[in-house]
Design a protein around this ligand. Structure first.
Ligand code: UDP
Length: 230
């Protein structure tokens, strides 16, 4: 049985790590995806959904960021994902592989019944780390930069719930199945929240003081990433 579509989620996805180990990112995110695409072409699969990233935009010239914004990544993670976006254009032209590129902003949240959620080893993401502080598993949260050019000096991100991400993939699948053209979409909610706001929200909900320690900005982190979600 031939799959009607392949959704490709597997990747290395940590901006900081990509600055330290760019080869890991080019190999895993570009070279491995190239092998996957060659296999799909050989098997005759015609539809592909790709998990790309807001990191393809680099430092935004305009916020919220539309899909038409220039793509100038500032870290190897973003570069490796953008390379696959270009690869997909060439593979469509040569092999007819229609595709939807989904540029995720910050995936967050869990299934309400608790059966699925965020779990990374080691954990590096803001919201799970803040909640580990609230539940007594960490003493404090490091705030990466407090002098960014943002309203409160901490980084602003667009946090999109994982169930909304999921729904977007199903919509993309229906588009391809219905014969729709290849397309690129931001997956964000169009609202920016600062690191300080995330910590304040967690304090409100949990009643825990959540101590903050100021740390240097993380290399490769743009100050603001917010999607135009239209
Ligand atoms: N961040 C932070 N402290 C942490 C982890 C993250 O201040 O311990 C900041 C990080 O600089 C970024 C935002 O929180 O501005 C979200 O980072 P995360 O790693 O969750 O996702 P990313 O934006 O890298 O995809």
């Amino acid at each position: 049985v031939l799959p009607v579509c392949v959704m490709h989620f597997a990747a290395s996805s940590l901006v900081g790590e990509s600055m330290q180990q760019p080869g890991k990112y080019w190999r895993n995110n570009l070279v491995q995806t190239l092998s996957l695409l060659d296999t799909l072409v050989a098997c005759g699969v015609k539809h592909f959904i790709f998990s790309s990233t807001a990191a393809v935009y680099g430092n935004p010239e305009q916020v919220p960021i539309p899909e038409s914004h220039p793509t100038r990544p500032i870290n190897p993670y973003g570069h490796s994902k953008l390379a696959v976006e270009h690869l997909l254009k060439d593979y469509e032209a040569a092999h007819g592989l229609r595709h939807v590129v989904l540029r995720y902003f910050n995936a967050a949240g869990a299934h309400p019944d608790g059966s699925l959620g965020e779990r990374h080893e080691p954990e590096t993401h803001l919201i799970p780390l803040v909640l580990q502080v609230a539940s007594g598993r960490r003493p404090e949260i490091a705030r990466f930069g407090s002098q960014h050019p943002t309203p409160d000096g901490s980084c602003v991100r667009d946090y999109i719930h994982v169930q909304d991400l999921c729904e977007a993939h199903l919509l993309a699948l229906r588009r391809l199945e219905a014969g729709g053209a290849s397309a690129t979409y931001n997956l964000g909610n169009g609202l920016g929240h600062s690191v300080n706001e995330v910590i304040a929200a967690a304090r409100r909900v949990t009643g825990h003081p959540i101590p903050v320690r100021d740390a240097p900005p993380r290399a490769g982190d743009p100050p603001v990433l917010v999607a135009d979600a239209a």
